[in-house]
Design a protein around this ligand. Structure first.
Ligand code: BG6
Length: 490
């Protein structure tokens, strides 16, 4: 985290007892403190509806940190000091009057950050109450989480409510994938290496694959997930963001708006998936019982709290096309699912073969270079290149091998920070380049909405796949029809 310049901050966390705050935000803040990145006079106000004493809140927080932080990164004395920075306020989010208490807590000299770790329906209410009780200023920064709505219209309502109170430059919309070290590395890879810059288009790339697979199922989140589904939960935000970072044109600088302008151009150029393209370009799946990590696991409809008739998808595979000069004719095959064989996210850039092939014809299938970008686990990259097989008897036989860069081995990195650490740090520094602008959210919804509309009109249920597999066979058929296959590391 370049430049350990600390900013004195007052951070108000609405929804502090919720899962996100407990599992992600407080551990991230603890890690920032451990790294010396929280100014000594920065303070945190945990705000929730429950009646609880400050002492209890601190004790619970410390216990949670102990549970979640790796033992070698947990320092008891530091955790005690860290929780002392946390104050607790019981607040009914809809009770306007009670917001005045916030003013006696915050210090004018500190940068105020409001983190809304609440359901999005609360964003407008909290924003208005903060304004009406004069709790925020022109300098206040506001952090909000996905989902920003469940379609374009509802996202506009939420964004309008926020815009009533805050300027766009005050709003930090989180997509935690943008905080992942390897995702940021896409910007370095693409725009710091001229080698790739000249190869990054339809003249040199045949197709791109993006896979974001999770081994876990719904884990007690059925109520939320069933209303969303994998398309809204993962594609509308994380996968489209990855796609944008791969497909965007070079920004003129690293400023937030230069990067976001380029991402928006990609979103606007996504080819519409009209009903006649659905069969060949979209696969929607739902897992049935199977195995995960060698153990039997229930199907989606047998999970706790499930509505047995649900047709919500837990897997989506798409063939996405981008209607612009750079990407004309280059499909992006993207897939994401729950209950896949493993947790793994990777991007594969498949380069076109050399224009004239002179080696043994039975080796022609090896002829494409591939750039493999591993987002998780084993963050790193490998460029698969062809060399001559060694040995007198091998003639000019070819062999494919990797130029390998595993970050943890190559660089002397102590640990890779969690996405939330990076994102909170950037909010404190007032840097918006890792946050999503309103028009990005809206263009992504516009594109996703037409697919949801097509599903709705066709009434076709999701295809089943057994837990612990790579999704419905239709996803394999989708890419095979184009004479390709999902990349598997041999
Ligand atoms: C969240 C989704 O945004 O991302 C979850 O709501 C998903 O359903 C999670 O499990 C995946 O994030 P990561 O960082 O574990 O890949």
């Amino acid at each position: 985290m370049a430049g350990k310049v600390q900013t004195s901050c007052d951070l108000m966390v609405f929804g502090a007892s919720g899962d996100l705050a407990q599992r992600k935000l407080f551990p991230a803040l603890y890690q920032l403190d451990r790294a010396g990145l929280l100014a000594s006079d920065s303070r945190i106000l945990a705000i929730a509806r429950a009646q609880a004493s400050e002492q209890d809140v601190r004790a619970k927080l410390k216990a949670k940190l102990k549970e979640l932080v790796k033992p070698e990164e947990f320092d008891d004395a530091l955790a005690t000091e860290f929780v002392q920075r946390v104050n607790y306020l019981r607040l009914e989010f809809t009770d306007t009057e009670s917001y005045s208490q916030l003013n006696s807590w915050r210090a004018d000299s500190n940068q105020l950050i409001v983190y809304m770790a609440t359901p999005p329906a609360m964003y407008g209410v909290i924003a208005r109450n903060l304004r009406d009780q004069s709790c925020c200023t022109e300098r206040t920064r506001v952090v909000v989480e996905k989902p920003i709505g469940h379609d374009l219209e509802s996202s506009k309502v939420i964004n309008d409510e926020l815009a009533e109170v805050y300027r766009e430059s005050q709003l930090f919309r989180i997509d935690h994938y943008l905080g992942k070290e390897t995702v940021q590395n896409l910007i370095a890879l693409r725009f710091a290496n001229n080698l790739f810059a000249s190869q990054w288009d339809q003249n040199h790339i045949s197709h791109v694959e993006i896979t974001v697979a999770e081994a876990m199922g719904i884990e007690g989140r059925w109520g939320y997930f069933d209303k969303a589904g994998q398309l809204r939960d993962m594609i509308q935000n994380h996968l489209l963001q990855l796609l944008c970072l791969i497909a965007m044109d070079p920004p003129s600088d690293l400023s937030a708006d230069s990067i976001r302008d380029e991402k928006v151009k990609v979103l606007k150029a996504l080819k519409r998936v009209t009903p006649d393209l659905m069969e060949q370009s979209v696969v929607r799946g739902q897992y049935t019982g199977g195995t995960s990590d060698g153990k039997p696991v229930p199907g989606y409809l047998q999970e706790e709290g499930a509505n047995k008739g649900s047709e919500t998808e837990t897997f989506v595979a798409l063939k996405v096309e981008i209607d612009n000069w750079r990407w004309s004719g280059v499909p992006f095959y993207i897939r994401t699912g729950k209950r896949m064989p493993e947790k793994m996210s990777q991007i594969i850039i498949h380069f076109k073969p050399a224009p004239h092939y002179i080696f043994d014809s039975d080796q022609k299938h090896l002829a494409n270079n591939k750039l493999i970008i591993r987002l998780q686990p084993d963050e790193g990259m490998a460029l698969k290149i062809l060399t001559k097989d060694q040995g007198l008897d091998k003639g000019m036989r070819l062999r494919q091998g990797p130029l390998e860069l595993t970050f943890s081995e190559t660089f002397d990195t102590e640990r890779i920070p969690d996405a939330y650490e990076r994102l909170l740090w950037e909010v404190m520094r007032g840097n918006q380049y890792l946050f999503v602008r309103r028009d990005e959210v809206e263009h992504a919804w516009r594109w996703v909405d037409q697919i949801i509309g097509n599903w709705h009109d066709s009434g076709e249920p999701p295809k089943r796949y057994a837990a612990g597999t790579w999704g419905p066979v239709a996803s394999i058929a989708m890419i095979t029809r184009d004479g390709r296959s999902w990349y598997e590391d041999a």
